[in-house]
Design a binder for this molecule. Structure first.
Ligand code: GCO
Ligand code: MG
Length: 402
């Protein structure tokens, strides 16, 4: 089998997606997600200008060799643009291999290690009351794990809480918007939210929370300690992770489990975090971490240190990544949980897929390959529109981590 074409489909069915379609001389094709939220066209150009020409004529079954060719062969390693581009190729090749061998991708990764993939939903509200209601609604839909984010008294907006009545979406069309942030007010408010959630909803539901890289290590340690009575499943991204040692300080003070890694693009971003057991869950994801080939290696290394996976799964990761994450989560042994931020009906229509949700778990389906497709005619009706993630400033105007 030979690769005959590799081309991009860029569309915006409610939000932007970049999809790579690799076609072969045997009529089998594979899909890979290449979406990097807010920087979409950089990856598209990296692929179309530099990667796609090198794929033509290659044997798509040589997944490992093609991965190494794109990683080592570029000389310039790592970085979100490069690794997202490599991931798109890698995932498309796994899709092709599954279709060629007539088996779902999870079988190629070692077969099922469990019956279903536990997922967590997003719940949010402008205040504690609204957030409690929102968590309750997700539980009524069947979720057994829910992430809770709430507005902060005295602040007009914060991460994870929508501005209007629409569902929360991380990117916004037009130029980047700015919001205000106060760690002091947040640290006062967050423990109250989780205290209430436990009182109202009991002990059985897994509760998660995303700090979104906004604290310093000692502030995060304080938060982790304050949240201990609420028995969180995890506290996510307490601090930015460039300084991996920062997690040591948090770890020394609290037993609240820690998850991080949604912005990681290489295993090396997590190397110290894992080998020192400073984290419990690795959130690095297939689309930004270099594909299934890279994630499988990272997960196997993490397993040795009791670190489990908790892959990022926000709406900016397309249904192609969601499908890949479900095959991955079903097959690896040290799976923890998978994020499931539901796509809009329009996004789902552009990307028809086999995966399903039932009673807290998701299932990738048994179709050969990934079990996800793209309706190119429908996609063409929704052209790309520039969009950005917001920025945040402290009350005195200093730019901070959003
Ligand atoms: C999450 C994430 C998202 C990100 C977004 C960035 O945990 O789901 O933090 O909300 O902000 O995916 O592109
Ligand atoms: Mg997050």
């Amino acid at each position: 089998m030979k690769i005959t074409s590799a081309r991009l489909i860029i569309c915006s069915p409610d939000r932007n997606f970049v999809t790579l379609k690799i076609e072969t001389d045997e009529g089998i094709y594979g899909l890979g997600d290449a979406t990097l939220n807010g920087r979409e066209l950089a990856v598209a150009s990296y692929l179309s200008e530099h990667v796609c020409p090198c794929l033509i004529g290659r044997d798509p079954s040589q997944i490992e060799d093609i991965w190494q060719y794109l990683y080592r062969g570029a000389y310039w390693r790592r970085g979100p643009v490069t690794m997202t581009a490599i991931a798109a190729v890698d995932v498309a090749l796994w899709d092709i291999k599954g279709k060629a061998l007539n088996t779902p991708v999870y079988n190629l990764l070692g077969g099922k290690s469990r019956d279903g993939v536990m997922v967590y939903a997003h719940a949010n509200g402008r205040d504690i009351d609204e957030t409690v209601d929102s968590v309750r609604k997700e539980m009524e839909l069947g979720y057994i794990a829910v992430r809770a984010q709430s507005g902060i008294p005295g602040m007009s907006g914060t991460y994870g809480v929508p501005k209007g009545t629409k569902a929360y979406e991380p990117a916004e069309r037009g130029l980047p918007s700015e919001s205000l942030w106060s760690s002091e007010r947040y640290l006062r408010a967050a423990p109250k939210l989780f205290e209430r959630l436990r009182v109202e909803l009991g002990e059985d539901v897994h509760l998660l929370h995303d700090v979104h890289h906004r604290l310093t290590p000692i502030e995060a340690a304080r938060l982790g300690k304050a949240l201990e009575p609420a028995n969180l499943f995890w506290m996510e991204d307490p601090v930015p992770a460039e300084l991996q040692e920062g997690f040591k300080l948090i770890r020394e003070h609290t037993t609240t489990p820690i998850a991080t890694g949604e912005v990681f693009n290489s295993f090396w971003d997590a190397h110290d975090l894992i080998r020192n057991q400073w984290i419990d869950y690795l959130r690095m994801t297939i689309v930004h971490g270099g594909g299934l080939t890279a994630l499988k290696k990272a997960a196997d290394f993490a397993a040795i240190y009791h670190v489990r996976t908790g892959c990022h799964g926000a709406t900016d990761l397309s249904p192609v990544t969601m499908a890949a994450a479900l095959h991955f989560g079903l097959s690896i042994h040290n799976f923890g949980v998978q994020e499931h931020m539901r796509h809009s009906a329009l996004t789902d229509a552009v990307f028809p897929h086999e995966y399903t949700f039932s009673a807290g778990y998701m299932y990738p389906g048994d179709k050969p390959g990934l079990g996800v497709d793209i309706d190119e005619t429908l996609a063409a009706k929704y052209p790309y529109e520039r969009a950005y993630l917001p920025l945040a400033r402290k009350l005195d105007g200093t730019l901070t981590d959003w």
